[in-house]
Write a protein that binds this ligand. Structure first.
Ligand code: 8YV
Length: 328
């Protein structure tokens, strides 16, 4: 008999077809977001789950699921999965690294440029019928070329963002849990490792690409915003919760910094309503990885991890190697 799996959210039909070759699949093409109770009920008797970041996997849930062996997540970030709890329950977990690096880096630049050069703000103004004459000081923004880019979280996506800055003749500074090696720094446009304080003080544009954890909660709060240049832009591509959104709203209102570009929010898809009243913020609905090719690649990667795990092979992107070792 084929192992049984749940697909927690709607996904590309060809991925469901692929999964159906290997598993008894319960899918959710209506795209209902399950409550923790519904998720526990749906996962009874399932050996695997194909999920996105919208479902939370913690010990409360896992202790109700003795048959579950594998959680395959279609995302690189996995702060919704308690990996230690998975190991404690002998459940494997995987994510989808690398396949989204370049697409997410492209989007980081789109958001940075739209923010610094006030693209969405000026478009809204034009659409509202306000454009009657050109003016010397209409929508003045900050230059990208020749400026200093500060990247907080210099992993694979951060490096891809930094590399793109070569074409804009920028200086790159970064802060990370650990310093990159010389080859990685050279790849990332000769990025210089600095303290968070130095980065905030010196960067013209700050891009956040670090993973969310209790340690990175509110990496950017009121004090950090106050340390930034009044002309600076802040871009968050990582996760809500890395920025204190209430402090950011206060800073954008007071013009402590010039502008922010946000693809992620605390408590998304709900977000602080005061963002809507601000002109100096560009808001997008968590779409940094959303190119056609990349979302298909992410789904394919998650499916490959699930198929490997439930056929006795090591999943290529296994997050908790300890579970694998204890099997062998
Ligand atoms: C996902 C993301 O699309 O990969 C990540 O960590 O943030 C996005 O690429 C999103 O999390 C849905 O799972």
């Amino acid at each position: 008999m084929k192992p049984a799996i749940l697909v927690t959210r709607a996904v590309f039909p060809e991925i469901l077809q692929l999964l159906a070759q290997h598993f008894e699949v319960e899918s959710n093409q209506d795209d209902v977001i399950f409550s923790p109770q519904e998720l526990a009920a749906k996962l009874q008797g399932k050996q695997g789950v194909f999920t996105t970041a919208s479902a939370r996997f913690n010990s409360d849930l896992l202790r109700q699921l003795p048959e579950l062996k594998m959680i395959a997540q279609m995302a690189v970030g996995y702060d919704n999965i308690d990996v230690a709890a998975c190991s404690a329950h002998a459940v494997m977990a995987s994510n989808t690294p690398d396949v989204l690096n370049e697409t997410t880096a492209d989007f980081g630049w789109a958001l940075l440029m739209a923010t610094a050069r006030r693209i969405t703000e000026s478009e809204h103004w034009l659409r509202a019928g306000h454009w009657h004459k050109w003016s010397y000081n209409g929508f003045l923004g900050a230059d990208i070329h020749g400026s200093t880019l500060g990247v907080i979280g210099m992993g694979r996506i951060g490096q891809a963002i930094a590399r793109r800055s070569m074409g804009f003749n920028m200086r790159v500074i970064y802060h990370n849990r650990s310093r990159l090696n010389a080859e990685q720094e050279a790849y990332a446009n000769n990025a210089s490792y600095v303290s968070k304080e130095d980065l905030l003080r010196s960067a013209d544009h700050v891009v956040l690409v670090l993973p969310y954890s209790t340690a990175s909660h509110h990496t950017i709060g009121a004090a950090e915003l106050a340390a930034m240049k009044p002309t600076a832009t802040l871009v968050n591509l990582a996760r809500g919760g890395i920025v204190d959104d209430a402090a950011l709203i206060a800073a954008l209102r007071a013009k402590t910094i010039a502008a922010a570009g946000l693809d992620v929010f605390e408590n998304e898809p709900k977000f602080h309503p005061d963002f809507l009243g601000l002109n100096n913020v560009v808001l997008t609905p968590h779409i940094a990885s959303a190119s056609e090719a990349t979302r298909r690649a992410m789904a394919g990667c998650a499916a490959a991890n699930l198929i490997a795990a439930l056929s006795g092979q090591r999943p290529p992107n296994l997050l908790n190697q300890d579970v694998w070792k204890s099997k062998g």
